[in-house]
Design a protein around this ligand. Sequence first.
Ligand code: FES
Length: 125
Amino acid sequence: MISELEKYRTADSSKVTNWYKAATVDSFPEDGGACIKYKDLQIAIFNFSRRNEWYACQNLCPHKMQMILSRGMIGSYEGDPKVACPFHKKTFSLKSGKNLNGDTCDIATYPIKVEDGFVYVGFED
Ligand code: FES
């Protein structure tokens, strides 16, 4: 499953070959997330409005393989943005995807940008 999630992923926004037009900015709640589909992937997008930042990561929580992270609680850990899975509170960095609990695997994160009222997620096809 993780290899599927890595299929179109690039950590480096300069390597993006497809900026996918996900939805309008107002499709995403302030300080919350929503899920979009890109090909066979579910991507969680977060409008972290109190930081004035946006993040994208896999929607799949690797702990029990639940498609749920877009419904997670966002916050900060040592200044970095994070999301906590609503099921068992496993926590992941929204920048690096690192599992901050150190007890399950990391998640994929994706480049994201906002232009002219639309949110775009970057993939390397
Ligand atoms: S399913 Fe996400 S923490 Fe358990």
